[in-house]
Design a protein around this ligand. Structure first.
Ligand SMILES: C[S@@+](CC[C@H](N)C(=O)[O-])C[C@H]1O[C@@H](n2cnc3c(N)ncnc32)[C@H](O)[C@@H]1O
Length: 272
């Protein structure tokens, strides 16, 4: 089957089934470096739940970056042997099939705003965290470079053009497409060249559309809003930071919104 035929057969009916995010190793290294620098990591095994994990790339990267993490993934997408992380459960993440306090840590990246930043969902996520356990969250931010790129892709009508253009590049040589990506957006061109993942790019474009048109309206607007949200949930030791384009996590004072990719939040669940 040529890549083009495969695209026609597989293209998005289920938005997330082929989601294959790039840059997750850099993100994992950035998060672990920050946690180490702030003495938030020890040398005990940390039983962690990754909520809205996708196919598990992020968990594999986190386990590489910090071998004491022992992560279970949970997401709604169907299990696929060839791509999933080894511990995976298909389930709705707004209602978890675990007892109170079952995990030492919870993690989630780029997922909470898809559930509308819902307080009840967060209460459910923190229910399965043991008292004193750690929570690490990466949240989309409305003015981040990531969202800017997504908006550019939508306004350049990349989804439509991509599907048209792809017909001219069947087979395994996508050089033409790579140049086209570079013209539209250099960062996306580089990522495309690196991965050459044809189907995943078509999906990422659709994900961008969903992100801009639906999800952007529910994101946290500021670090203060995030701090207040978690204080009200009984969190302690809250640290709200910015994950930059270089994937270094810094305090919010040291970076502008245009240099940011996302919010990165770390806190402990209160003991009561
Ligand atoms: C943008 S992706 C992020 C994936 C992964 N965390 C990452 O950083 O690469 C959002 C994920 O949330 C999952 N998701 C959204 N709502 C969900 C729900 N109600 N139950 C389970 N998974 C959900 C989607 O299936 C998708 O995999």
């Amino acid at each position: 089957m040529t890549a083009h035929t495969a695209l026609k057969h597989n293209l998005n009916t289920e938005l997330w089934n082929n989601f294959s995010p790039s840059n997750r190793m850099e993100m994992a290294r950035g998060i672990v470096a920050f946690l180490e620098a702030h003495n938030r990591l020890g040398e005990d095994i940390v039983k962690m739940l990754n909520l809205g994990s996708g196919v598990g790339i992020t968990s594999s990267c986190l386990e590489k970056a910090h071998p004491f993490f022992h992560i279970t993934d949970i997401d709604q997408i169907p299990y696929r042997n060839e791509v999933m992380h080894k511990r995976y459960l298909q389930n709705d993440i707004s209602s978890l099939p675990f007892r109170d306090g079952s995990y030492d840590a919870v993690f989630s990246s780029y997922t909470f705003s898809y559930l509308g930043n819902d307080e009840q969902v967060m209460r459910e996520w923190l229910r399965v965290l043991r008292p004193g356990g750690s929570a690490y969250f990466v949240f989309h931010a409305p003015h981040s470079a990531y969202l800017k790129t997504a908006r550019e892709m939508i306004s350049a009508n990349m989804g439509k053009d991509f599907l048209k253009l792809i017909k001219h590049y069947p087979g395994d040589d996508y050089r033409g497409l790579y140049h086209w990506f570079c013209e539209k957006n250099f960062a996306w061109g580089m990522a495309f060249k690196e991965e050459q993942k044809f189907l995943s790019y078509a999906h990422e474009i659709q994900v961008c559309e969903h992100l801009v048109q639906v999800v952007a309206g529910t994101m946290f607007q500021s670090d203060q809003e995030i701090a207040d949200f978690f204080k009200a949930q009984g969190a302690e030791d809250i640290s709200v930071n910015i994950l930059g384009l270089d994937f270094v996590a810094r305090s919010c004072e040291n970076m502008t919104e245009s240099q940011m990719i996302a919010w990165f939040v770390a806190f402990r669940k209160g003991l009561k």
